[in-house]
Design a protein around this ligand. Sequence first.
Ligand code: PLP
Ligand code: TYF
Length: 396
Amino acid sequence: HFADVARVPGDPILGLMDAFRADPNPARLDLGVGVYKDASGLTPIPRAVKLAEQRLIETEQTKSYIGGHGDPAFARHLLELVLGAGSALLHDDLAGATQTPGGTGALRLAGDFIARNLPGRGIWLSDPTWPIHETLFATCGLKVGHYPYVGADNRLDVDAMLAALEQVPVGDAVLLHACCHNPTGFNLSPRNWKRVLEVVKARELLPLLDFAYQGFGDGLDEDAWAVRLFAAELPELLVTSSCSKNFGLYRERTGALIVRAETADKLADVRSQLALLARNLWSTPPSHGAAVVAGILGDAELKALWADEVEAMRQRVTSLRSGLVEALRPHGLAERFAHIATQRGMFSYTGLNPTQVQRLREEFSIYMVSSGRANVAGMAEERLAYLAEAIARVCD
Ligand code: PLP
Ligand code: TYF
């Protein structure tokens, strides 16, 4: 009976959105949920998206179902965006994309695939990671383990990470953030990616690269560096790609699970299983967002406009990072928070503790995740002094 159903708490990150909206303080600042915001605090629809949508309204002929793998044009263009236009894998039919409802749908499909088709394999997540990773893979029935990523001193600890991966059972899956690690903003250097790759090869691990922020770190191609390295060097790989952030399509639920297999024939086998799993999850994927992405990436002018818009978002976040460190300098805190300028993507693990985060919220109406994660895109140039002052006060 429903009488036996207990109530569980909502998502703490999304809950911050409601708490912020309900805060009457005009000085309030939302550094919580990971959506990009412009200088006026709005999450804009990119102009390239608007133009592609207008074209779509004019030209779309039917709303009948699309296939289980989604729109083939979307898949083709997204594969080129992720793996590189000249990728030999595409030429040789060694990689394919299955359209999913957002990056989360891709993660769920990947988790179900591992649970169903690679029985006995656990999955290893960074500590910390995006909280949904924890619950999602457990829901798939996978055994979830953790490898260290950030030490108690709020520094990336690659040695500890590698030492842990060397202990992972042979053949297990390991989730790696392809760029712009959520929640920390700490990225692996190319040298350290190669060290991880060596362990992955030695223990025959199956990497699942979560690629939710392409374009927000160092650039669209630069951010794909690790994905392309792993895809070139390994016979088997899973990549979950999200169009939520870089196309601003959040609510349109647009993404894909990309599979790299050793032969074209094996790829077809795997894709048949993915279609079966997807059928039992969402049947066929939603069309609109993927059609917009295909319309943009398939048109040289729209693609150039979009790439400029992504670059503008990336540069805004990057300049807010160094701006905040400069704003902290008069408080004598520039060295202590120097990592904010070198982290990448939307998020920064500031190093602030839960008590300090709570004080920021109660005394200054500044909202961030209790782990000390701040969404840098939620800052604004003219608010950096206020934010720096508040941080200085709670660090006293
Ligand atoms: N993976 C990470 C690390 C994320 O931060 C997000 C963000 O929302 C996602 C996956 C999934 O994105 P979405 O399902 O909104 O495309
Ligand atoms: O980490 C974030 O803030 C983003 C957005 O249930 C998000 O990834 C957060 C929680 C959630 C869905 C998306």
